[in-house]
Design a protein around this ligand. Structure first.
Ligand code: HAM
Length: 420
């Protein structure tokens, strides 16, 4: 026997009925984002490598060690997208979206790829639900985006999630701060881990979110980013906070939150869940006022977020999960071969009336049929036997109440609809 093939390490199959939960989450995202004027964008899963090197940044972990990069047959370097913001900004420039009514509001749902060590909540192919608002730099955009995000999470019945918020300033304040931080850390170089030593050269700000206890202790007395912020950045941040308070969005300021992608400016945020472990954020996002121009477009500010859909679903409240309906609540069962054709016909009539119906494609004994209905999660079993066909009365078994009814065939659809 030949060897069984398995899915690639760090990837997984999403199977029913779990896929119904994924769909329900996506339906909510479309509805909530749509109600704020966001429309869907679908960008390719592969892009030229250069996009992420320029967009996400050479010094980031993503570009440094996590990308699926390969040469195609003509030797062009391509990369499976590790995130979607750079691609949205690329599409914004490529399709002249500056001419569209501003700001441009786009959302996406789809797979992303990062070569990370797989563990719970961390995959090599994972999925993001994200939104980007491009073309407005004012604090009200930040507020509206975060309020929308919280509305979406509440629609999934999340209650106690807290937004962790920070500002990383504009490019100039960051440059000054990076220099000060480097100066502070340089005398302690020998005490730093390898990652932080490297970051000291490439991107000292990233050292701030180190998990290493010794480094954390050292950072206690490091200069604070806050004292390097320009007046505009300060004002922007306090407006954002005021707005969030007004909309009762619970948040907590976290001065060490810097995020792992290089394009961020000003507002950055994350939401984690205790259930996943403190290090693993369900979502992250922020402002990226320099990204569009970095990719060759005229300067346009932007802000957005991406939710890790795998992680979100991992910690989804039971009250949402249990409300996701089974695939088809009605099972039509032919009793005896001679009723198969009629059973198929009856199921079509029920679907014409808007019901979701599964038909048994072989005649079954009653007992076997009822057992299958239970496994399929059907609520009603519609029995089609010769006697039913002759009398014109159809027997329906209601699994929820464990009762049995008879109803005229012509009224069956209405009968089922009125009870579902
Ligand atoms: P990110 O923080 O790199 O940001 O990813 C966002 C979310 O994707 C994370 O919070 C996490 O839930 C999920 N995620 C990341 N890597 C993995 C993985 N290996 N397995 C499972 N889930 C994962 C971004 O990607 C930015 N593009 C967000 C953004 C949009 N910023 C502005 N606009």
């Amino acid at each position: 026997m030949s060897q069984k093939l398995k899915s690639v390490k760090g990837t997984r199959d999403l199977l029913p009925p779990e896929t119904s939960v994924w769909e329900a989450v996506e339906t909510n995202a479309r509805r909530v984002f749509g109600s704020y004027g966001y429309r869907e964008i679908r960008t390719p899963v592969m892009e030229s490598t250069d996009l992420f090197v320029r967009g996400v940044g050479e010094a980031s972990d993503i570009v440094g060690k996590e990308m699926y990069t390969f040469d195609d047959r003509k030797g062009r370097s391509l990369t499976l997208r590790p995130e979607n913001t750079a691609a949205v900004a690329r599409a914004f420039v490529q399709h002249g979206m500056r001419e569209w009514p501003s700001p441009v509001k786009l959302f996406y749902i789809g797979p992303q790829f990062r070569y990370e060590r797989p563990q719970r909540g961390r995959y090599r192919q994972f999925h993001q639900i994200g939104a980007e608002l491009i073309g407005d730099e004012g604090p009200h955009s930040d507020v509206e985006l975060l309020v929308m995000l919280v509305r979406f999470l509440r629609s999934l019945r999340f209650e106690d999630l807290v937004v962790r918020l920070n500002t990383v300033g504009d490019a100039e304040s960051r440059r000054q701060y990076a220099a000060a931080l480097r100066e502070f850390l340089e005398p302690h170089r020998a005490d730093l881990g390898d990652d932080s030593k490297r970051r000291l050269e490439t991107n000292p700000l990233r050292i701030l979110d180190t998990k290493n206890p010794a480094e954390r202790a050292l950072l206690e007395s490091a200069p604070e980013l806050e004292s390097f912020l320009s007046e505009e950045c300060r004002q922007h941040f306090s407006r954002v906070r005021e707005g969030l308070e007004r909309h009762a969005v619970e948040h907590q300021i976290e001065p060490r939150l810097v995020r792992g992608l290089d394009y961020y400016t000003r507002t950055v945020f994350e939401i984690s869940s205790a259930a996943l472990g403190a290090q693993d954020a369900i979502l992250g996002g922020g402002r990226y006022d320099g990204l569009v121009s970095e990719l060759g477009g005229a300067p346009e500010p932007g802000i957005g977020f991406a939710i890790g859909q795998d992680r979100l679903i991992d910690v989804l409240p039971d009250s949402f999960r249990s409300a996701v309906r089974p695939a088809a609540p009605v099972l039509v069962v032919p009793i005896g071969d001679e009723t198969l054709v009629e059973a198929l016909q009856l199921a079509e009539e029920l679907r014409d009336g808007g019901l979701d119906v599964v038909t048994e494609l072989r005649a079954r004994a009653m007992k076997a049929a009822l057992g299958r209905a239970d496994r399929l999660g059907a609520r009603w079993v519609v029995l089609v036997g010769t006697s039913e066909l002759e009398s014109g009365m159809i027997t329906v078994k209601d699994f929820a109440d464990n009762e049995q009814f008879e109803t005229p065939r012509a009224e069956l659809g209405e009968w089922l609809r009125s009870r579902s």
